[in-house]
Design a protein around this ligand. Structure first.
Ligand code: KG4
Ligand code: ZN
Length: 336
């Protein structure tokens, strides 16, 4: 009999509810991205949590109806515990608690970062197999050795800005709006990635840590030195050159770690995993070395609830249900 998990994600500015069968087959995946924040150039926590309160009920109902299911048919309720914005996390976890109390179905509170990693199980990766994950989002830049479900060893992380944050800040600087990662990806296709040689901080630092604030500043200094006419004519070259530097560092560190640890498979996770240049570059480099490469489809890279349902399913099989009074944790780390 199929085991159905209903997942809820509300850690930042996406209200999402999904239903996943046996931790791997998506039955429905509803995501509402809050458009309200773009005029502010970033997420406004108070607006985000209020919007979650309004949207979560209708999104939950749509998720059930798209899957053609009744709530009574769901076996497990999973919701994001953290990391994220506290007001936002509380909405999703409390909604899940209510569903669990009303139905008597078990509740699991899931680490959002484990969710991003588990998105790969929806792309048919056996999460129990030993592999390396590059977890890159608006808030995180982590290189993680996955030794099995729930068994993570963080090899390195960013010392300052996350790579997604650097994409968003550069996008804002050149007037592409927020969030800007996908817009840079698109515009870079018409630019020359070798036009400007931006620095690649910590590319050969000998460890697996990252740093993105220096690259962001170098792009800002270059941009601010251009005249208005140059800005208009050079914008695609600037973003393409920035993107090339950003993904070159990610790819180099990933290859170094895969070779040092003798790893046979690499996966991507998190919003920046949607980046087309990174996917192409890593695919080329890994193929040459005979290392397998997997990444989730685009809508499963950025925040979604299918990944929370998948991670919740594996967590439940491994460690059982969470306690009903479990709290939200805005600064939760991977493996906690
Ligand atoms: O995982 P996610 O949806 O939310 C967080 O948990 O942070 O990641 C969002 C981040 C944003 O910084 C966004 O600009 C970036 O992922 N992003 C991209 C692309 N699509 C989304 N960055 C580069 N290229 C993309 N195609
Ligand atoms: Zn995320």
């Amino acid at each position: 009999m199929a085991f159905l998990t209903l997942g809820i994600e509300s850690s930042c500015d996406e209200t999402a509810v999904a239903i996943v069968e046996d931790g791997s087959r998506v039955r429905s995946n509803i995501i509402l991205s809050q458009a309200e924040h773009s005029v502010f150039g970033g997420v406004v926590p108070e607006i985000a949590s209020r919007k979650h309160v309004v949207s979560i009920g209708p999104i939950f109902k749509r998720s059930l109806s798209e899957a053609g299911l009744e709530l009574s048919e769901i076996d497990l309720i999973a919701a994001t515990r953290g990391p994220g914005l506290i007001g936002c996390l509380l909405v999703g976890l409390n909604f899940a608690r209510g569903l669990s109390l009303a139905t008597g179905k078990p509740l699991v509170a899931v680490n959002h970062l484990e969710g991003h990693i588990a998105a790969n199980s929806l792309a048919c990766v056996d999460l129990d197999s030993h592999h390396l994950t590059l977890l890159i989002s608006g808030g995180h830049t982590l290189l993680v050795e996955v030794r099995g479900t729930g068994d993570y060893h963080v090899l390195g992380e960013t010392r300052d800005d996350a790579v997604g944050e650097a994409f968003d800040k550069v996008a804002k600087l050149v007037g592409l709006g927020y969030p800007g990662g996908a817009k840079i990806d698109q515009l870079a296709k018409s630019g020359n990635p070798k036009a400007i040689r931006f620095p690649r901080p910590m590319r050969h630092s000998g460890d697996y840590d990252f740093s993105y604030s220096g690259l962001k500043t170098a792009v800002a200094l270059h941009w601010n030195s251009l005249s208005d006419t140059q800005k208009q004519s050079d914008i695609a070259d600037v973003v393409a050159s920035f993107q090339e530097a950003a993904v070159d560092i990610l790819a180099q560190k990933t290859i170094d770690a895969a070779e040092e640890l003798n790893i046979s498979a690499v996966t991507l996770a998190g919003g920046v995993a949607a980046n087309s240049r990174l996917r192409t570059l890593l695919a080329e480099k890994l193929e040459k070395r005979g290392i397998k490469f997997y990444f989730p489809q685009l809508d499963l890279c950025t925040d979604n609830a299918a990944m929370i349902a998948a991670a919740g399913y594996f967590q439940y099989r491994l460690r059982g249900a969470s306690k009903m009074d479990i709290d939200s944790q805005p600064a939760l780390r991977l493996g906690q």
